[in-house]
Design a protein around this ligand. Structure first.
Ligand code: DGJ
Length: 723
């Protein structure tokens, strides 16, 4: 192998490779080539029979290092060198393809700057079965004086087509992911992003769907679906030139994050996940779901998730032991498997009786809970249920003992007022002493109470004044990236030490619904908005990249505490059943018949949950374009013997008539029994085919006829099992 320094000082001629570097998955392919030292991408798309066809002449830079080369590709990286020049000109040095696992290929391309001792590695990890490509970049600085990385994308793409339709998943609190498709026209520069660290998904999921030449469809057409595994600020840009080339730049948001890198160190970008499908967005989503469940994208551990009852909307901050024991009694009566105590259980000098005080003081409040956490885990065990607990260790109320002791641990600007949100400030997780402190308190909580089976890890504020007392004046802009990497380092330690505990990621609702956090968590709290009407939309949008098992979805009281909307209990259940079902209410406020109905619905969910949590998702009718929403889960790994169909009539006009809903993904050769379940008390089935045995071919050709009554907010749940 050539010496990298010889390349730098020009002793080695710039490489040109006649042979392309080809990385393939089951259905997709990527082809790169090297031309006078530049790494070019000549193909990314559907797999083709003869790989030499992919070596076309219109290749674009795979990762374009200089804005002045932008004609050859989107500009991906900007580095200020110690001499002040904004210069980075990396040249191909070598590459390697390895096989880290049976269905994975890892490509690593090493490049070296022509002049400066700065090198770059471009990585592509291809997952054969799920067709997911993970792409990221590593920059290594071997010089002495620091360099400043002003921008470093995780991946760039150049596409050539006639038309581009971009779907985004932007949102806000209460409406975390909301889909919108727009055509991006020549001359358009389109940017998506979130300005929230450390809950990067709070303003929208870091994901996009790009449909080529025509609007996205579920079961046909070419699409690229992508998601950034990152919990901080992110930025995607899409630029269509007048010649219709589309340049896409994907990565963390570099604004306020010019990163100073000392000699001898490396900088790694977050991973960008990409999949390509010729069969519409449905297939692209199933690729993501398979990768998430089977390649560790989400910590699934292969087991179905328990049905939880979370105390938040049932008790908020107002509880004592008797009240919690009563809620646990309710869990037992309804067949719920795990009780989660949410906020409000800690703080003594400053009791956490509202959101104004106590955050940071993780000692159990002796007045509310004299028997401690141990008393609660024992009470849960006596009732045959598991116990879980809420924490928000990254944050602190100024009114807390922690803040009194360590006021310098928070993120704040020197000599500026500290701007609070929800009466709290963000602890500086970029600092190892803060990480160690949080690790210590979490380890103590979980080691002292080994019965804690579940942790809801919340995060309710954002960095607004990005200053760190732990960083030198000329390193302040490292804070936002150091924070997220510190959070990941902390989570790595905690989950390694307590591998059996289930972790939920929460960020004022869905602010941590990202694949960066999901590496350490089993699920995310989808939204504080638990109104089932709204949840149909939010969960639909999240289903593009996240599998149902990762989406915490709870049945709450009616009228809903936020929207004040009244909804039938059945509708609330049927919506929550399309994710990881849970409840979030005070069981003692339910009527005896509601308890009995809930008990029945919970036991139905236990039967169907392997299908929902591990099945393949087929989105059938979109709530964004119809009064109705319908989806189907098919359990692929038992030969499509079982499926679950859920449909929601959200809106209804008197004169509306609805045709049958055609199914998808079944085995056309199999015959299936149709069984509508979760019926309301004394309700007759409204799916006309209930009780019949029908072929998969018929169900996919004709579908199910639902005889909706004349009202909105109806739903059906149907089990479809091989006869
Ligand atoms: C915000 C979360 O999204 C809620 O579910 C709840 O846990 C509260 N925090 C508690 O303060």
């Amino acid at each position: 192998m050539n010496n990298i320094d010889d390349l730098r000082i020009g002793l080695i001629p710039l490489a040109t490779m006649a042979e392309g570097i080809v990385i393939q998955t089951q259905t997709s392919a990527l082809c790169l080539k090297v031309n006078e030292g530049k790494v070019m991408c000549s193909y990314f798309g559907a797999k083709v029979a003869d790989t030499s066809d992919m070596h076309n002449s219109s290749a674009a830079a795979f990762f374009c290092p200089s804005p002045w080369d932008a004609a050859t590709g989107p500009h991906a990286v900007a580095i200020s060198q110690p001499d002040g020049q904004l210069a980075f000109d990396p040249i191909y040095h070598s590459h390697q393809v390895t096989t880290p696992a049976a269905d994975q290929q890892l490509l690593c391309i090493q490049l070296q700057d022509r002049r400066y001792p700065v090198s770059m590695r471009l990585y592509v990890l291809a997952h054969f079965d799920s067709n997911i490509f993970e792409r990221w970049t590593e920059i290594t600085h071997d010089g002495e004086s620091p360099i400043v990385i002003r921008k470093a994308a995780s991946a760039t793409l150049r596409l050539r087509a006639n038309r581009y339709f971009l779907s985004s998943f932007m949102g806000s609190w209460g409406g975390e992911a909301s889909m919108r498709e727009q055509e991006i026209l020549p001359g358009n520069h389109f940017a998506l992003g979130s300005n929230s660290t450390p809950k990067g998904a709070a303003n929208g999921s870091p994901s996009f769907l790009l449909a080529i030449d025509r609007p996205a469809a579920e079961d046909s057409g070419e699409v690229i679906l992508g998601s950034l595994a990152w919990s901080g600020k992110w930025e995607f840009s899409f630029v269509v030139a007048h010649n219709r080339n589309l340049d896409i730049n994907l990565g963390y948001d570099p604004a306020y994050s010019a990163y100073t890198l000392d000699g001898g160190n490396s900088f790694t970008t977050p991973r960008m996940l990409l999949t390509h499908s010729l069969h519409g967005s449905g297939q692209a989503s199933r690729n993501f779901h398979r990768w998430a469940r089977e390649a560790g994208g989400v910590r699934t551990n292969g087991q179905p998730r328990d049905i939880v009852l979370n105390s938040w909307e049932g008790a908020y901050f107002k509880f004592d032991e008797a009240l919690l024991h009563g809620m646990m009694d309710g869990c037992r009566q309804m067949g719920v498997e795990l009780f989660v105590l949410d906020d409000g259980w800690f703080g003594n000098k400053y009791p956490r009786n509202d959101d104004k005080a106590g955050l940071g003081d993780w000692q159990v409040n002796k007045e509310k809970l004299p028997a401690g956490i141990g008393g609660l885990t024992r009470a849960a065990a006596e009732r045959g249920i598991k116990f879980g607990i809420w924490v928000e260790p990254e944050m602190v109320n100024p009114k807390s003992e922690l803040y009194e002791t360590h006021p310098d641990w928070v993120i704040a600007m020197r000599d500026h007022p500290r701007r609070e949100g929800r009466n709290q400030l963000v602890l500086d997780l970029g600092r190892t002493e803060v990480q160690d402190y949080i690790y210590g308190l979490m380890d103590e909580l979980l080691a002292d109470n080994p019965q804690i089976a579940y942790v809801k890890w919340d995060c309710n504020y954002t960095i607004v004044d990005p200053g760190s007392a732990g960083l030198a004046w000329d390193r302040q802009q490292n804070l936002q990236l150091d924070y997220i990497n510190g959070y990941y380092a902390l989570m790595t330690r905690i989950v390694q030490r307590h591998p059996g505990v289930i972790f939920q990621a929460c960020g004022s609702g869905g602010g941590r619904a990202d694949f960066g956090a999901m590496k350490y968590h089993h699920e995310f709290w989808t939204s504080d908005n638990t109104d089932p009407y709204d949840r149909v939309f939010i969960q639909w949008a999240h289903s593009y990249v996240f599998p149902a098992i990762a989406m915490g979805s709870h049945v709450t009281e009616s009228p809903n505490h936020y929207s004040k909307r009244n909804t039938p209990l059945k509708f609330r259940f049927d919506v929550a059943m399309s994710g990881r079902l849970g409840l979030e209410l005070q069981p003692q406020r339910l009527q005896p018949e509601e308890i009995a109905w809930t008990n029945q619905a919970v036991s139905e969910y236990k039967r169907i949950r392997p299908v929902v949590q591990f099945g393949d998702l087929y989105r059938l009718v979109s709530p964004y374009t119809h009064d109705l929403a319908a989806l189907l889960y098919v359990l692929e790994n038992n030969g499509k013997q079982q499926a679950v169909f859920l449909a929601y009539l959200k809106d209804h006009r008197l004169i509306s008539e609805y045709g049958p809903v055609r199914l998808a993904g079944l085995d056309p050769a199999k015959r299936y029994t149709i069984n509508e379940f979760n019926l309301e008390l004394n309700q007759k089935p409204i799916v006309a085919e209930t009780g019949r045995i029908l072929g998969g071919d018929y169900l996919m050709a004709r579908g199910l006829h639902i005889q909706w009554n004349w009202r909105a907010l109806q739903s059906v749940a149907v089990e479809i099992v091989e006869a």
